[in-house]
Design a protein around this ligand. Structure first.
Ligand code: PLP
Length: 424
């Protein structure tokens, strides 16, 4: 469900025609819909509020790594959304966007001492500890500050799931989290330290998960561990359920609904009297954004293969090259005529700079505008300036208004970041 619709034959973002945005901002450019972000957050918040006894004062913490634009974060902050962060930079962004520290969770498999110190000083809600060695380092850092941060132990429930092997995080061989059989001892050890307060358990098993079963297995593992820890006299008051729910990139209609997902979580947690936390990234942001691009030319080969050469490349949208991800491509103003097959490629000098093969599209010509749909999560955040292409800009739309919320750098601005060595 999103707010990118055709009006008089041409695609708009809410009340703003994409053709007008392309003229004003140039291409490629990401375009985000405030209404879609607001709608997705609202659906989740409403679903969570329907289960107050099972989920407690639940936190919804947007996974900042999915889309860390300050205006996107500020849009979510105004709605009351928290943040799931994985670096000092993300904590700083969340704070700058107006998300209070007590709604910020700090996760990640390799937090440096400096980052842990920063998180403690900032007063984040909770630090999710992912290993025994990290617990030792955190205790040392907290002790040097005479602090006592609240922590959760991130459990690896040995349930890997997700839309691609490269976005699975909860499998036994994945680098994330503490194996369930070690988590109990670690929790007990943390409880003995005067410099951390263990408050609960966390998990996050993967991304683009399209059935509830793996998530339910992981939540059940957290429930079992909670009961075991309590039986050993330890206090567990929060369960952080991670993110990972998939979105319909292919227009699928059989994905679990937000309501069904939350109801499942409530069923599993029922009676534990914990505060739940949800960490959606993709779910809130993916369908809130498109990548707008222009056709540079159409290359036709003698063998009939047709390449649609776009001005967006893998440096602007890396998901297809990185994990074979699918993005629907739609012409902003489709031409009349017989549909044809096109290979969608960018201008980058890499053979992985191919977005898709054999896509059926209306006839396309140089100069036509196209939009990659579902590009609001893990899109702009993964962009680079490879091939010395200026970093792709971002635009936020809200009804009939719009603003450039990350500028395309000029070439001079790019050179300024590279001071010349003084002996050259
Ligand atoms: C990436 C991540 C998320 C969000 O994952 P999505 O699939 O985008 O919902 C949540 N929690 C943690 C710890 C993460 O690393």
């Amino acid at each position: 469900m999103h707010h990118f619709d055709r009006i008089d034959g041409a695609l708009q973002a809410e009340g703003v025609p994409l053709e007008a945005l392309a003229d004003a901002v140039g291409t490629p450019a990401y375009v985000y819909s405030s209404a879609t972000l607001t709608r997705h957050y609202g659906l989740l918040a409403e679903a969570v509020a329907a289960h107050p006894s099972a989920l407690g004062e639940a936190l919804i913490a947007f996974a900042v790594k999915a889309n860390s634009n300050l205006s996107v974060l500020a849009t979510l902050a105004r709605l009351g959304c928290g943040a799931d962060t994985v670096s000092e930079g993300e904590i700083r962004r969340a704070l700058k966007a107006g998300i209070p520290a007590n709604r910020i969770v700090f996760s990640g498999v390799g937090k440096s001492d400096a980052e842990l110190a920063f998180a403690i000083e900032a007063g984040v809600r909770q630090i999710n500890v992912e290993s025994a060695v990290e617990l030792d380092r955190l205790i040392a850092v907290a002790s040097s500050k005479d602090a006592r941060p609240e922590i959760a132990i991130r459990v690896n429930p040995a349930v890997g799931a997700g839309g691609h092997a490269r976005i699975t995080t909860g499998g036994a061989t994945d680098k994330f989290g503490v194996p369930a059989d070690e988590a109990h001892a670690l929790y007990a050890r943390a409880s003995l330290s005067p410099h951390v307060t263990p408050v609960g358990l966390a998990c996050h098993i993967g991304s683009q998960i399209t059935t509830l079963e793996p998530l339910e297995s992981a939540f059940r593992a957290l429930r079992t561990m909670t009961l075991e820890l309590r039986a050993a006299g330890l206090s567990v008051t929060r369960l952080d359920l991670g993110g990972g729910l998939g979105v319909p990139y292919h227009g699928q209609s059989d994905l679990p609904s937000i309501e069904a997902y939350v109801a499942m979580a409530a069923r599993v947690l029922d009676g534990l009297e914990v505060e739940a936390a949800f960490e959606p990234g993709r779910l809130l942001a993916a369908n809130a954004g498109v990548l707008l691009s222009r056709v540079i030319q159409v290359n036709e080969r003698g063998d009939g293969r047709r390449f649609l050469v776009l001005d967006a490349g893998m440096n602007d949208l890396m998901r297809p090259a990185l994990y074979d991800a699918f993005h629907d491509l739609v012409p902003v103003r489709p031409r009349q005529g017989e549909a044809r097959l096109y290979d969608l490629v960018g201008p980058i000098c890499e053979s992985t700079d191919v977005f898709a093969r054999d896509r059926r599209l209306p006839p396309m010509q140089a100069g036509d505008l196209v939009a990659f749909m579902g590009a609001g999560a893990y899109g702009a955040v993964l962009a680079s300036e490879y091939n010395s292409r200026p970093l792709v800009p971002e635009v936020l739309v809200d009804g009939e208004r719009w603003a450039v919320v990350r500028k395309r750098p000029s070439y001079d601005e790019m050179w300024e970041r590279e001071p010349r060595a003084d002996w050259l």
